[in-house]
Design a protein around this ligand. Structure first.
Ligand SMILES: C[S@@+](CC[C@H](N)C(=O)[O-])C[C@H]1O[C@@H](n2cnc3c(N)ncnc32)[C@H](O)[C@@H]1O
Length: 210
């Protein structure tokens, strides 16, 4: 059993949703013209609703999440299902925000790559487990920054709800070396970057033939 990701928790009032922090960054990675997009593990659908594409599909394994997401927009094609097994086709853009760590890493990454059309873009913003020296060094910045953002959000009234209570909580994630090793095999050439708040991003352009 892996150790828990977060050892130091802020008090409840100062907690905030780290999954949303990189959403604007993620959206900026999208081309100006997107034909079809798939958001994997869409939760309540906030990211899926923000994607500008001719057609947006969003899938989540939780019936309750999809039911709530569906009530917010008819423009998105909401699917209740397991991304690993559901018959989905291929998309110009595939996004996964805070959802890859819910899947077995290699199987999940292989599936996400397979859902990306040749020449298409896969964008993952995910969680990694703090394990290496570099990770611990990053915590020296992340921990105070986490508290500062929490305080700022508490002051302007936008904090205090770190994670929707109905979303499944997974406190484990792969380490960054595990993610890099899997990516080198499955999505060679992917750009992987470490970010603050225990997050990484992976951006992969699928080859024209794959
Ligand atoms: C931490 S939430 C993130 C939700 C959303 N992407 C966000 O950033 O707010 C992870 C979501 O992945 C979904 N999920 C987990 N395993 C899945 C699977 N096999 N197929 C589809 N969705 C899955 C969960 O139901 C959950 O809603």
């Amino acid at each position: 059993m892996r150790e828990k990701q977060r050892k130091l928790q802020l008090p409840e009032k100062l907690r905030w949703n780290h999954n949303e922090w990189y959403r604007r960054w993620l959206l900026r990675q999208l081309p100006s013209q997107v034909g079809s997009a798939l958001d994997v593990g869409c939760g309540l659908g906030d990211l899926a609703r923000s994607i500008r594409a001719d057609e947006v599909t969003a899938i989540d394994a939780s019936a309750r999440m999809i039911e709530r997401a569906r009530a917010t927009s008819e423009k998105v094609r909401w699917i209740h299902g397991d991304v690993l097994t559901h018959d989905l086709g291929r998309y110009n853009v595939v996004t996964a925000e805070a959802s890859l760590h819910h899947l077995p890493l290699r199987e999940g990454l292989t599936r996400l790559a397979g859902l990306t059309k040749p020449g298409g873009l896969l964008i993952v913003v995910g969680l990694y487990l703090t394990a290496t020296r570099a990770d611990h060094a990053m915590e020296l910045v992340t921990l105070p920054a986490n508290a500062l953002v929490g305080i700022a959000k508490a002051i302007n009234g936008t904090g205090g709800k770190p994670h929707d209570t109905e979303m499944p909580m997974v406190m484990t994630a792969p380490t960054l070396p595990e993610i890099r090793a899997a990516a080198a095999e499955i999505v060679p050439g992917a750009r992987i970057r470490r970010h603050l708040f225990w997050r990484y991003s992976l951006v992969w352009r699928a080859p024209e033939v794959h």
